[in-house]
Design a protein around this ligand. Structure first.
Ligand code: SF4
Length: 356
């Protein structure tokens, strides 16, 4: 059982982040934000995939103006990512955004920072401080010579201090770097210093395969430490894949369940049927099912029954026949050719609450 770190609760739209609430799945659009139609279409696909908070880059006032229309068309909280320009931040808050990602130290004069903080207080909009290892302040880089975990934490504390001096505590922090070890060290260090919720991610993690491996190691390590209240898997891919990967990390650690958890063996010389193709086909066909059950597909009658018995539905394959297990009990023999159809029937029956 993972013991979550205690944090202050921070409201983001309808969701509460931190304070033992679910660890929310986040992603980011890659459309031009001012192209409102394409941005809404992408957010709807993300919602369908299970994205719970969406961020978009707001580069200019025109994009900020479009947020009101985007906000009306979507269901999940909307986060505006702004660099430097406080007028854009003010326009985003005015247009109903649920959270700002902006680093107060980069806005400019204290009057400008105060204007943004006052607008956020007025509309109950939290601020995420997003420290990125690749864009640390000049003076911090000079002090540490390179973007170390300590340097990232010092940068985060500096931004936090600015907000706290303005009596603002609706803060979420992220400390992303592309180096997994550095990122994990930075989050561990910061989590011992502040009580704000943390948004997790390994930035610029790469294309699908490499990005998922790096993100799983980094985000997974932090989650096991009880650190993290929202997460994004950054991938050079369609952002829908980020959502699937984030859900996979959370369900892989049994932190949240989003649907069927598939268990299958790698096969070996004992396997006497085409198990790899069957397992892939079952996952493809039933992967979208929301039923929170475990389905095991195993290759042989030697080691297969143990795992199949542990699952809600399990298959222990043989040469021409397999054994179907339900809740730990061997139910019947089925032809290996019927594995796919049998599992689908059983799962559909469970979805409909029927007894088979
Ligand atoms: Fe091999 Fe059987 Fe283990 Fe699969 S379950 S890897 S077939 S021993």
């Amino acid at each position: 059982m993972i013991k979550r770190r205690e944090t202050l609760p921070v409201r983001v739209g309808e969701l509460i982040v931190g304070n033992q609430n679910p660890i929310w799945v986040q992603s980011m659009t890659n459309t031009q934000t001012e192209d409102v139609v394409s941005t809404i279409a992408q957010i709807k696909k993300l919602e369908e995939a299970g994205c719970e908070i969406v961020r978009l880059a707001v580069l200019n006032i025109e994009a900020a103006r479009g947020l009101a229309q985007i906000k009306k068309a979507i269901k999940i909280p909307l986060v505006a990512d702004i660099h430097y320009d406080y007028r854009i931040a003010l326009k985003c808050v005015e247009n109903g955004v649920d959270k700002l990602r902006i680093n107060p130290g980069n806005i400019g004069s204290i009057e400008r920072i105060k204007a943004v903080v006052d607008a956020c207080k007025d509309k109950s909009v939290p601020i995420r401080i997003g420290v990125n290892g690749g864009s640390l302040e000049k003076e911090i880089l000079e002090k540490y010579r390179r973007p170390t975990a300590e340097a990232m934490v010092e940068s985060a504390l500096k931004h936090i201090d600015i907000l706290e001096k303005l009596h603002f505590d609706q803060i979420i922090v992220s400390l992303k770097a592309s180096d997994v070890v550095q990122t994990v060290e930075a989050y561990r260090l910061l989590s011992s210093r502040v009580q704000y919720p943390l948004h997790l991610g390994i930035t610029e993690a790469g294309t699908m395969r490499h990005g998922i491996i790096k993100s799983s190691m980094g985000i997974g390590s932090m989650l096991l430490d009880g650190i993290g209240d929202t997460l994004r898997v950054s991938l050079t891919e369609d952002p829908v894949e980020e959502v699937k990967a984030a859900k996979g990390i959370l369900s892989g650690l049994a932190i949240r369940r989003f649907g069927i958890e598939f268990v299958s063996c790698p096969t070996c010389g004992r396997c006497q049927y085409d198990m790899i193709d069957i397992a892939k086909a079952v996952e493809l066909k039933l992967g979208d099912c929301k039923l929170p059950i475990t389905v095991a597909i195993m290759g042989c009658p030697v080691n297969g029954p143990g795992e199949a018995r542990e699952a809600d539905l399990g298959i222990a394959g043989g040469k021409d026949h397999a054994v179907l297990f339900k809740k730990g009990v061997a139910i019947r023999k089925i032809a290996t050719a019927d594995i796919m159809d049998t599992l689908e029937q059983e799962i559909r029956a469970l979805e409909e609450g029927r007894i088979t």
